[in-house]
Design a protein around this ligand. Structure first.
Ligand SMILES: [Zn+2]
Length: 379
């Protein structure tokens, strides 16, 4: 099977994060099984999604882990010229959801399994789910890999980096804050506590925090933007113009650069809620509250010299490295002690977009790179 054929098969599975990825996992499992490769699942709690990992070649140290997430972002509300869950070639491009992020990489790697016959050190596949909604799937698999795998030389996370080594990405904490006020007629603001208006004070506090981070952070760290960001993405609250609102909630995230501790920012926010906002609310109605919960978190990937970076630089011949503003699973692998680097075909500019595509030139570059990994492991 060619890389293009395999990418086509993978794109045809609708693995938007809210859906089960099991049909894709079953397909990959049986494909590998036909080639004599056993794989193992690490499922989520309700069993509707699963990671999959597999080792090709001898169970030896010094192998290479090829890591990719099987889920993709939704196409809702996006204007697609072609069916997002079919592979359509137009000019030198393969269009379809996930072609670039990151079924292209996974497809190329899987298509090359039949060429992995003479390996002296192994290729490990590590396929995850729920990466796009806060890297929720990979941690359980990475725990298992950390105890079971003979120490690999490198983990290559094949996010679309246009085949250059990316050695850092930001961390993320996703949060939800709920504000409970006290309902009255809006002519009686003296009796009520507005959840919406107090939430607005909290949001503007976060806005000031974001501005401060931008000003205070030295700008020469390679990240764009160079600072940790704080952003409120969704806010919902209130029932009518003439009702003092009882309920408001907003969803926000902190995307921290390596070295910034997101928990410090969360603590600072909590102190502001406790000391500056809540006392005034509770002086009117004692059951008012502000509650902030963490929905998801994933650690940053901190730039460092590593055997993984060396390997990629040697095989691509490109010394230059980059930083990702997005979040990926590299930070999780690094935190578990694996030498890790990000490098994969396709450009992040096309990820998550309508009419997402990978260029045939990038598919070829990805194949060339992975063949050089195989050669290295066979020598
Ligand atoms: Zn991705």
């Amino acid at each position: 099977m060619t890389a293009e054929q395999m990418i086509k098969r993978l794109v045809e599975f609708d693995t938007v994060s809210r859906e089960s990825n099991l049909p894709l996992i079953e397909y990959v499992e049986s494909y590998l099984d036909d080639l004599g490769v056993q794989s193992r699942r690490v499922a989520n709690e309700d069993g509707l999604k699963s990671n999959l990992y597999a080792t090709v070649g001898p169970e030896e140290e010094g192998g290479v882990v090829l890591s990719g997430h099987t889920d993709v972002v939704p196409v809702d509300g996006q204007d697609w010229a072609t069916d997002p869950f079919a592979l359509t070639q137009q000019g030198g491009r393969l269009h379809g959801r996930g072609t670039c992020d990151m079924k292209g990489f996974i497809g190329i790697a899987l298509a090359l399994v039949p060429e992995m016959k003479m390996l002296r050190r192994p290729v490990h596949f590590a396929l995850s789910y729920d990466e796009e909604i806060g890297c929720r799937g990979a941690p359980a698999m990475i725990n298992q890999l950390a105890t079971e795998l003979p120490a690999p030389r490198a983990v290559i996370v094949g996010e679309p980096t246009s085949m250059t080594a990316v050695t850092g990405h930001k961390g993320i904490v996703a949060l939800k804050t709920t504000v409970r006020g006290y309902e009255t007629h809006s002519s009686q603001t003296n009796r009520g506590v507005s959840a919406v208006m107090n939430a607005a004070r909290l949001v503007s506090y976060l806005g000031a925090m974001a501005e401060r981070l931008e000003k205070e952070t030295p700008s020469d760290n390679g990240f764009n933007p160079h600072h940790s960001t704080v952003h409120v993405g969704v806010i919902n609250g209130g029932t009518a113009m003439n009702i003092v609102s009882r309920h408001c909630e907003f969803v926000w995230d902190i995307r921290n650069i390596p070295g910034d501790e997101p928990q410090q920012l969360i603590d600072e926010f909590e102190v502001f809620c406790r000391d500056e906002i809540l006392p005034g609310m509770r002086s009117r109605w004692s059951d008012c509250f502000i509650c902030t919960e963490v929905i998801a978190r994933a650690p940053e990937f901190a730039p460092a010299e590593s055997a993984a970076l060396e390997l990629v630089q040697q095989l691509t011949g490109v010394a230059e490295t980059g930083r990702g503003a997005y979040v990926a699973e590299a930070g999780l692998f690094q935190a578990a002690g694996f030498p890790t680097v990000m490098c994969g075909p396709g450009s992040i500019d096309q990820a998550h977009q309508p009419n997402e595509f990978i260029s045939l030139e990038q598919v070829t570059a990805g194949e060339k790179f992975l063949r050089s990994v195989i050669e290295e492991l066979a020598s």
